[in-house]
Ligand binder design. Structure first.
Ligand code: ADP
Ligand code: ASP
Ligand code: MG
Length: 412
């Protein structure tokens, strides 16, 4: 039998009614002749609630225990989905990550999948089971502890299963009907894309468009998984949703494909650090060891051998970053005068493979922000994106203005 992977996100399994609706969709694919692997998220809001419990209990928590707690939301929906299917006379069984087993690294809270042996589930399909419901987001480390794949990780579970089982397609069911030129919650002018290139989706995802987890796009690109994003609330059709595909399979596209944002950013500045070989290593080494995800970095011009170093990281990692830097200073590894944290910033980015061959895209972005009176605090660029750090209160305005300026509401 051909295998299909269907992933349902938090909103799509947010209540018993919605689980039932999703199960009906699964039942239809079984009737179409597929063996189905269903990947479920926790009910919407559930993972946030669990993260909240962890942070309240232990602000600098042990990541192993974080994973033990936050992985649990998916266990509930996996069992409920299997039961709902059984009630519909569809032979189904649930699997937690460790049971498969989904083997991951031991990087707790952001583990990577290393291997998914498929024998157990294939044997069950051989015995007449039609649907394997797998708890997304979770796996097991070489040490035998439960891990999680980072927020939004069920997308990655889904694509990894599609690759491991040679699935015909990986359908990601969510609360929007595809990938848009920007988050449709920010502007009604956002336009759904029928297709988007892997590279663009990869950038959009890593710059904050949470419709797909970055790693899921990476895996789909590497293993050539046919990846589709579609709504669990609309009637299915062959043209539904957005296909994430190779650049060659897209006929026309805009220079800028989309605008992404990341709201919860922070900017940290270390003043008066020595400008000497090894200073960056002395600052960013301890941050990496503490698990801080540093993003943009700027070093000021040197004055009398001293300089300032600025970097950005997610706002919920600021405490961890401050502790790591102060510990490093106390240990005599480096010095600084002040550590200034600006926790009211956001990152806004434009992405498009067309930028490789078009000049002036960054300049147009900066002019657009100037015309709105928005000050840019930090800039980074790569071949196919430009990102800026700005005051968080202007984030929506910046996204809307850029969407207008690059005419993303119009197809190429
Ligand atoms: P799920 O729980 O199904 O995984 P997520 O909340 O993780 O859903 O992702 C879907 C959300 O991603 C949408 O509701 C939308 O607000 C947001 N989003 C951000 N950027 C985009 C974009 N470019 N296209 C579509 N959705 C986007
Ligand atoms: N439930 C997890 C989260 O909210 C994983 C997911 O939904 O993809 O991040
Ligand atoms: Mg998600």
């Amino acid at each position: 039998m051909p295998i299909l992977v269907m992933k349902f996100g938090g909103t799509s399994v947010g209540s018993l009614d919605r689980i039932q609706r999703a199960a009906k969709r699964v039942g239809r694919e079984v009737a179409n002749g597929y063996d189905v692997i269903v990947i479920v998220s926790a009910m919407s809001g559930e993972t946030n609630k669990l993260v909240g419990y962890v942070e309240e209990t232990s602000p600098l928590f042990d990541a192993r225990e974080y994973d033990a707690v936050v992985s649990s939301g998916e266990n509930v929906t996996a069992g409920l989905m299997a039961m709902t299917l059984q009630e519909m006379d569809v032979p189904a069984r649930s699997w937690q990550g460790w049971q498969v087993p989904v083997k991951t690294t031991s990087a707790h809270a952001s583990a990577r999948i290393e291997e998914i042996p498929n024998e157990n589930i294939l044997a069950k399909f051989g015995e007449g089971m039609k649907v394997a419901v797998v708890a997304g987001f979770q796996g097991i480390s070489p040490e035998g502890r439960i891990t999680t794949l980072g927020r939004g990780g069920s997308d990655t579970t889904a694509v990894a299963f599609a690759a491991a089982f040679g699935a015909e397609r990986c359908d990601i069911y969510t609360d929007v009907d595809g990938v848009y030129t920007t988050d449709p919650r920010i502007t009604a002018k956002a336009r759904k894309l029928d297709r988007i290139a892997f590279e663009e989706m990869l950038e959009l995802a890593s710059l904050g468009a949470k419709v797909l987890q970055t790693r899921s796009v990476e895996l789909a690109m590497r293993y050539n998984v046919k990846l589709r994003v579609l709504s669990s609330f609309e009637e299915p059709s062959d043209e539904a949703g957005t296909l994430v595909c190779a650049e060659e399979d897209i006929v026309e596209s805009n220079v800028v494909a989309g605008v992404a944002y990341s709201r919860e950013e922070a900017k940290l500045t270390l003043t008066h650090v020595e400008d000497r070989p090894g200073i960056a290593a002395a600052i960013f080494g301890p941050l990496a060891d503490a698990g801080v995800n540093v993003d943009m970095i700027v070093q000021n011009i040197s004055d009398a051998g001293m300089t300032d170093m600025t970097f950005s990281c997610p706002v919920n990692e600021v405490k961890r970053a401050e502790k790591a830097l102060k510990d490093a200073r106390d240990a005599g590894e480096m010095g600084f005068a002040e550590l200034i944290a600006d926790t009211e910033v956001a990152k806004v980015s434009i992405v498009g493979i067309g930028m490789r061959s078009h000049a002036g895209v960054a300049a147009k972005m900066f002019k657009t922000l100037r015309d709105e009176g928005i000050n840019i605090k930090v800039i980074t660029t790569s071949e196919i994106k430009v990102s800026v750090l700005i005051d968080r209160k202007y984030m929506e305005l910046a996204v809307q203005a850029l969407h207008d300026a690059f005419e993303l509401d119009k197809a190429a």
